[in-house]
Design a protein around this ligand. Sequence first.
Ligand SMILES: Nc1ncnc2c1ncn2[C@@H]1O[C@H](COP(=O)(O)OP(=O)(O)OP(=O)(O)O)[C@@H](O)[C@H]1O
Length: 252
Amino acid sequence: MTTGIEFDGVTHRFGSTTALDSVDLTIRPGVITGLVGRNGAGKSTLCRLGAALMRPQHGTVRLGGRPLWEDPDAVAQVCLMRDRGSGLENLTLRSVVGLHRTFRPQWDEQTFERLLRRFDVPDHKWPSRLSTGQRSALRIALALASRAEVTLLDEVHLGLDAVARRWFYEEVLADYTRHPRTIVLSSHLLEEIEQVVEDVVVVHRGRILASGDVDTVRAEHAVGAGLPSLTDVLVSLTDTRTDPQTDTEVTP
Ligand SMILES: Nc1ncnc2c1ncn2[C@@H]1O[C@H](COP(=O)(O)OP(=O)(O)OP(=O)(O)O)[C@@H](O)[C@H]1O
C-alpha cells in the first residue's frame, strides 16, 4: 500500500517571514508530484515539514492519515534529499551507505551501485571531494535506492549536466514503474519535470495557488487554443508587477 502526505492547516514562520500560510494540501499516494514555485515560495519548507525535519508551528502533517511528528515509524518511511545540508559532507561514503543500510528497510544496494556507475561517481572519494554534479548524483542514488514509501527530492538534480538530468528523469520513472510509491520533485526546471510528473502543486508566498493532475491544472489556465506549459501557468499565477501610479501590485 502506498502512502501520501496531508498538510492540514499548516502555518510555519521564520521570524517575521511566513513561509507557509494555512496550507491544506494532499500529496496523492503512489503518484509523482511536481512542486513548483518562485524563489522563496515555500517549497523547501513544505518538504522539510513533510519529512518531519521541523515541527509545524500550526496545523498537522500526516502520513497515510497518521500525524507525522508524533510517529517515528511514519518518519522512517520518508526520505528527503536536498541539494544541501544532508550531512553528506562530514562522512565517508562507506559510513553514508552504512547508515542507509541500517535505517532504510527497503535499501537496495544493487540499485545504488548501478546508479553510481551510471552517473560516474567515484566510490573511493569522500563525498565532500566530489564535484557538484557528482554529489547531486550521489544524493539521487541514495534517495532512489532507499525505496522509501515517500521520497522528497528538493532541487536535488540542479547540479547535474543536461545529459545526466535526462538519465535522472529516466531513472526516476524506471524505478517508480518497478516500485510504485509517492515521489515529490521540487524544481525550477518546469519544462523538464513536466515530462515526468502526474500531479503538480504551485506554491506562492506560502500559499497553494493550484494543485491537481498536470493536464487539469494546465487546462484551468488555458487562454487560447492549446494547453499552456507549466511555466505559462506559473507566470499567469505569480507574475505581479507594481503599478508606478498607485504603487500597488498588478497581475497581468
Ligand atoms: N531557516 C530560515 N530562516 C529564516 N527564513 C527562512 C528559513 N528558511 C526559509 N526561510 C524563508 O522562508 C521563505 C520560504 O523559503 P523556502 O526555502 O521554503 O522557499 P523555496 O520555495 O524553497 O525557495 P527557492 O526556490 O528559492 O529555494 C523564504 O522567504 C525564506 O527566506
